[in-house]
Design a protein around this ligand. Sequence first.
Ligand code: SAM
Length: 302
Amino acid sequence: MNTLTVTILASVVFAGFYVYFSRRTSDPYGTFHVPFNKVPGGPDPPQTEWLNMGFWKDTVVFPEACQALAIQLFRVADLKPGGRVLDVGHGCGDSILLQLSHPEVATPSILCGITSLPAHHRRSWERVKSYLSSVDAPPAVLLFQGDAVWRPECQDHPLSPDFQHDFDNILALDCAYHFNTREEFLRQSLRRLTPGGSVALADLCFSSSPGPVLTLLLWRVLRTMPKHNITTKEQYIQQMREIGYEDVELEDITPFVFPGFRQFLKQRGRMGSIFSWSMSWLEGRGLRFVIVKGTRPNTRPL
Ligand SMILES: C[S@@+](CC[C@H](N)C(=O)[O-])C[C@H]1O[C@@H](n2cnc3c(N)ncnc32)[C@H](O)[C@@H]1O
């Protein structure tokens, strides 16, 4: 098969995949992921509700891989006990709960979150409140429902210029490629970081420029990424430096993410196999899973 045929075939598969999910819910993220968290012999319903691509280096179990990816992000972010943290795109709240309860993760003093889907926001609050009611002297937790990017008409937003707290860390676990746009999110984040504070993202980018057909597919057909977010690793780093971040670092962890996630998907019926094949196709066209970090300069005013 020549490249054009493969591309057309792939577009049809992707479009089918998109239609399948968008018919079930107006957002590809609903609650379909909850059963993914079920482990053989474990509780039913499962106690975690993770929804990321996972870090599969030492596990083949979905919730363990998701937690491991969160831990990788926290490691790069270098979270400190008592820090003020904003967790963006936290879905059903597992990364929030992990920061509140995991013995090896630094517990913040103030933990804010914002995620776009009302159902995820409600579920996060439910789970977080239940956890907080069981501990003495819990940290302050503030969860918001809304878009990662602050708009002037939105009064109550953690990235609004009037928000009551600045942050030592801003985290985006497997979600920033959706933001409209990632660049605007990074600009707003820089203004809300304390001097020396950092933003850390587990995110998608490309090893080389993906070209117009693939860009259209991701942007218009799948609607997973605004066109502006489709960047190479070098462009990502360059953009962060231009925004004003220093010590920008990008770690390519693709070998520990995509193969394990594809293997997991293959075991989840026909749709999982199609999604797995699509991921492999995209990987062949340069898709990479990266962890990126940038620090707000200590000295230079913004
Ligand atoms: C792949 S899931 C990751 C969820 C969570 N971080 C985790 O690891 O389980 C992406 C999440 O980002 C949220 N999201 C997508 N676009 C967003 C946006 N523009 N603003 C805020 N959240 C967004 C989705 O609703 C979803 O909950």
